[in-house]
Design a protein around this ligand. Structure first.
Ligand code: SF4
Ligand code: SF4
Length: 296
């Protein structure tokens, strides 16, 4: 597949693997985590967003819409309204990009990758929802000698994951909780496939970093963290564990998409440093190289 739906290409990323990285966010995800800090990544096709605080009510967007539509009603995501908007209040989130276009963006920072030990990270959404496009991108990076990381919750068929594994230098493997019931409550999907994929991936790949968002009101209990530490310790191929404290800086985003933030997300507070350190000790006690990250 030579093209796919991308919603952002972020240069100079420092939290998506080693060194300075360019992170390519692919659109589409089967989960609906209530703490998702990229809600614009969830649907697989492009969509429009509107920020009330940037809007000056000039109506340029309505005049630009060929369909004569109120934005968001029967919108075909052509982006004309966003292009006409003088303030950036109206945005098109996601667009079709060719692999060549994405690679062109990645190669702009090759020099920084070489100096810092960085590379390209493919994230989302769930990047494995566009497996053929992702494979093309991974092959293109490999041909250029660019280090690759894939940030995934492994919500995909096992064959898809194993097919791509030889092209990936580093997996950033998201684990959310050990309990299937809790996982269902928090994300809308169970974790059976994810845990099975972690086990299968560990048999063939030797560079997996597990990333766990620590989310108040969801998984911030000693019991859950103990269970996650046990899962991480049993899996093969795990080189590091990252605990990522929840932060609510994204909670204005759903309003731009015409949705409400989950009440839990608004109420949740960033876990205290001491809490994060206590949780980290549960992992280091099992011999896991454990870091506390910048946030989830
Ligand atoms: S994206 Fe296109 S169809 Fe949708 S509201 Fe804007 S101009 Fe109209
Ligand atoms: S074009 Fe932009 S600023 Fe003007 S009404 Fe539309 S969203 Fe508001």
């Amino acid at each position: 597949m030579d093209s796919g739906i991308v919603f952002n290409v972020q240069r100079y990323s420092l939290h998506d693997g080693p060194g300075i990285r360019t992170t390519v966010f692919l659109k589409g995800c089967p989960a609906r985590c209530w703490w998702c800090h990229n809600p614009e990544s969830q649907t697989s096709s492009p969509q429009t967003a509107w920020s009330q605080n940037r809007c000056i009510s000039c109506d340029a967007c309505l005049l630009a819409c060929h369909e004569g539509l109120q934005p968001r009603e029967a919108c075909r995501a052509c982006g004309d309204c966003a292009e006409a908007c003088p303030t950036g209040a109206r945005e098109l989130l996601g667009s079709e990009m060719t692999a060549e276009q994405v690679l062109h963006n990645i190669l702009k920072d090759r020099m920084f990758f070489e100096d810092s030990g960085g590379g390209a990270t493919f994230s989302g959404g769930e990047p494995l929802c566009q497996p053929a496009f992702l494979k093309t991108l991974l092959n293109a990076c490999r041909a250029q000698g660019i280090h690759t990381a894939v940030d995934t919750a492994a919500l995909c068929p096992t064959e898809t994951l194993l097919d791509l594994a030889p092209l990936v230098d580093l997996f950033l493997f998201d684990l959310k909780c050990a309990s299937d019931t809790l996982h269902h409550q928090g994300t809308g999907v169970g974790n059976g496939l994810i845990l099975d994929n972690l086990e299968q991936l560990g048999r063939v790949h030797r560079n997996i970093w597990i990333r766990i968002p620590v989310v108040p009101g969801f998984n911030d209990t000693t019991e859950e963290m103990e269970a996650l530490a046990g899962l991480a310790a049993r899996a093969a191929g795990v080189r590091q564990v990252w605990l990522l404290p929840y932060h609510g800086s994204w909670t204005a985003k759903p309003a731009r998409l015409g949705k409400e933030s989950a009440a839990e997300a608004v109420a949740a507070r960033t876990p205290a440093r001491e809490t994060m350190e206590d949780f980290a000790r549960l992992f280091t006690a099992r011999g896991l190289d454990t870091q506390i990250g910048g946030g989830a």
